[in-house]
Design a protein around this ligand. Structure first.
Ligand code: PEP
Length: 251
């Protein structure tokens, strides 16, 4: 049995001064939840406030990106050591917005994921096709390429620190959700591809989240599918009540 994991991706939305209030409201709403891992991935500048607010709760702090080098002349970047020092436990890697707007490639996703896992962070590695790719019949090819290159040299032992998020790009922030059957089909493909990389036993242990307009109204039917082990939530993670309602659907 894989423990469900619901993670919020705050994107560029919450200021440091607003962070504690949101985390505390979420923590209060989910204080009795034990069988779901609850994570808030925040902008790096919010991480210290999120870490402080998460203390003593069952909410875990995370970040939205990380660099693979430990230190040096990488203006604007943040290392795994910095995130760990601040108290982060999770980090999103390869979100489609990083790929689309900031030149992220499968190769850099791989460097970030391996650095995060080696440092002891849990890497939430995002994959997902665009609408053009889906319509052109390239879904399988794209997912396999993102998995094989993005997770190159990730081992079975690393799987304890690995979460994969399937986020169809056409469903992110659009209000358009993949149907549970569409999502399950890709989640099964992801697990099969992962099994080819790390072995079937390790692949069975890895949680695969769905992300893309998941909300209280559609979470339960998505989360009922056998290979959908959680959600990566954008818009609905910015309000404690909607985030908590999704977590309740995962319980
Ligand atoms: C995301 O950005 O990871 C996401 C899934 O966003 P939304 O829930 O708003 O579609």
């Amino acid at each position: 049995m894989r423990k469900k994991i619901i993670a919020g991706n705050w994107k560029m939305n919450v200021k440091p001064s607003e962070t504690a209030a949101l985390v505390k409201a979420i923590a209060e709403a989910v204080k009795d939840v034990q069988n779901v891992d609850v994570v808030c991935c925040t902008p790096a500048i919010d991480v210290p406030a999120a870490v402080a607010a998460c203390k003593g709760t069952n909410v875990h702090p995370g970040a939205e990106n990380v660099h693979w080098e430990q230190s040096g002349a990488y203006t604007g970047e943040i290392s795994t050591g910095m995130l760990l020092d601040a108290g982060a436990e999770y980090v999103i890697v390869g979100h489609s917005e990083r790929r689309q707007y900031f030149g992220e490639t499968d190769e850099t996703v791989n460097k970030r994921a391996r650095a995060a896992i080696a440092a002891g962070l849990v890497a939430i590695v995002c994959v997902g096709e665009t609408l053009e790719e889906r319509d052109a019949g390239k879904l399988v090819e794209v997912i396999e390429r993102q998995m094989k290159t993005g997770l190159k040299d990730v081992t079975a032992a690393d799987c304890a620190k690995l979460v994969i998020a399937y986020e169809p790009v056409w469903a992110i922030g659009t209000g358009r959700t993949a149907t549970p059957d569409q999502a399950q089909e890709v989640h099964a493909l992801i697990r099969k591809t992962l099994a080819g990389l790390v072995g079937a036993e390790a692949a069975e242990t890895v949680r695969i989240q769905y992300g893309g307009s998941m909300k209280p109204g559609n979470a339960a039917e998505l989360l009922a599918k056998p290979d959908i082990d959680g959600g990566l939530i954008g818009g609905a993670a910015l309000k404690a009540d909607s985030f908590a309602a999704i977590i309740a659907a995962a319980k």
